[in-house]
Design a protein around this ligand. Structure first.
Ligand code: GLU
Length: 441
């Protein structure tokens, strides 16, 4: 049986690091097994789904290199869901309910007051045909799946043996009063009809899985393998849900985070394998194993992406960065020299702009009061740009001879006068790229 996985985002927002974990795991499982990976847009909610979000999802996945073999949209499959609903009705597993949200809320409160779990009481099953007819005239009915009140068990790819008592769950609503098919049913129908063999998703879906296993059985299908990964928390263990908006993949991309860094981190974080930068999805797939992930919440710190991005970026050959460098306005003949100078001093490619601005426009000099006289004397010995390859050696040699300073006391004030900073590129390599030295006036 060939492996089929899917990533099923709702196009109601931008993808964030939490979604990425799901997408990546499913992608890697398919890739490792030579199977196929489906991008499925769960867009049955016409109010909240947006085409622009669907475009953004594709764009983000492409940026990461998480290619998919097939795209499906739930909105194009409504007839399939209607047909499955008919089959559930015919099998006596689907029933119409009429309670309003307020009525349901009241029931729940009463149950809780009596110390009972707030499970839907199935009152709608007791309605007579006449009552049902009357209620239908007053308000639309919605549909619930009738769970078998027995234990639902599966061997979870991450959580191990799971067992959930269906008697502790409310019969899930699958079709709303306005006719909208809900995710729980649509997803089951898709997973069956698309031959999905492995479903990996967040552990917030464990209860869904229990009900979906029964719905699948009621439709005569066998459930796929399920695995539920832990949810991400912030660096201090705090919930991430509110902050996920600021951890969108497009924000990280805008910050210059490299896809390789993001993928390398997310494919190992929360597992018992160390995180290390890997250059390609193939390398990432190599050691990937769901069984090595734990159930405990996984701490995610966006700051961890910086050293990984830095390691990735610094290892790039000039050919890979030439377009980005030339786009800054660096003349093609200087691109390689500029890369050599800048690469050791950047975290992301976005930092290149700052170094080019320094070469092009010079930097505001930083001169400590106690060095003012020394620097003034040194600057009198510095000709204006352009500089040749020996400019730094020539200049510092002349300054040493004139002032007697040497070592750090010689070099540091001169570096700060030219670059405005106490650290940075090799000055001998930087000088030929300088077009302006502001300290010279
Ligand atoms: N659209 C669902 C979600 O984003 C998909 C869950 C699933 O993988 O089945 O939560």
């Amino acid at each position: 049986m060939s492996v089929v996985t899917r990533f099923a985002p709702s196009p109601t927002g931008y993808l964030h690091v939490g979604n990425l974990r799901t997408a990546l795991f499913n992608h890697l499982i398919a890739r490792k097994a030579g199977g196929s990976f489906i991008l499925r847009l769960d867009d049955t909610d016409p109010e909240r789904s947006r085409e622009s979000y669907a475009d953004a999802i594709r764009e983000d996945l492409e940026w990461l290199g998480l290619t998919w073999d097939r795209e499906e949209r739930q909105s194009a499959r409504l007839d399939r869901y209607a047909e499955a609903a008919d089959r559930l009705r015919a099998a006596g597993r689907f029933y119409e309910c009429f309670e309003s949200p307020t009525e349901l809320d009241l029931k729940r409160k009463k149950q809780l007051n009596m110390g009972r779990p707030p499970v839907y009481d199935r009152a709608a099953l007791e309605l007579s045909d006449a009552e049902r007819e009357r209620l239908r005239g007053e308000r639309g009915g919605y549909w619930r799946f009738l769970l078998d009140r027995e234990r639902i068990e599966w061997q979870d790819g991450i959580l191990g043996a799971l067992s959930i008592d269906a008697a502790s769950l409310s019969d899930p609503v699958l079709i709303r009063a306005d006719g909208q098919v809900l995710y729980t049913l649509a997803s089951v129908v898709d997973d069956i009809e698309m031959g999905v063999t492995h479903v990996v998703r967040g552990s917030d879906h464990v209860t869904n899985t229990a009900t979906q296993v029964q719905i699948m059985q009621a439709l005569g299908a066998t459930a796929p393998e399920f695995a539920h990964h832990s949810l991400l928390t912030g660096a201090l263990g705090e919930g991430l849900s509110k902050r996920l908006g600021t951890l969108s993949l497009r924000d990280l991309r805008a910050q210059g985070i490299a896809p390789e860094a993001l993928l390398s981190l997310m494919a190992r974080l929360g597992s018992n394998q160390p995180v290390a930068l890997r250059a390609s999805l193939d390398e990432i797939a190599e050691g990937f194993d769901l069984a090595q992930f734990g159930a405990a919440p996984t701490r995610f710190d966006a700051a961890d992406l910086i050293p990984l991005t830095r390691a990735h970026v610094q290892g790039l050959p000039v050919a890979a960065v030439r377009p980005a460098i030339e786009a800054l306005g660096v003349p093609p003949e200087d691109a390689e020299a500029f890369w050599t100078v800048a690469r050791e001093n950047i975290d992301t490619l976005g930092d290149l702009g700052g170094w080019w601005a320094l070469c092009r426009d010079g930097a505001e000099p930083e001169i400590a009061p106690e060095d003012a006289e020394f620097v003034a004397e040194a600057l009198r010995l510095l000709p204006p740009p352009p500089y040749g390859p020996t400019a730094w050696a020539d200049w510092t040699g002349a300054v040493r001879a004139a002032t007697g300073r040497k070592g750090k006391a010689l070099f540091m004030p001169l570096r700060k006068a030219l670059t405005g900073q106490g650290h940075g590129p090799d000055m001998a390599a930087l000088m030929p790229l300088l077009r302006r030295v502001r300290a010279l006036g």
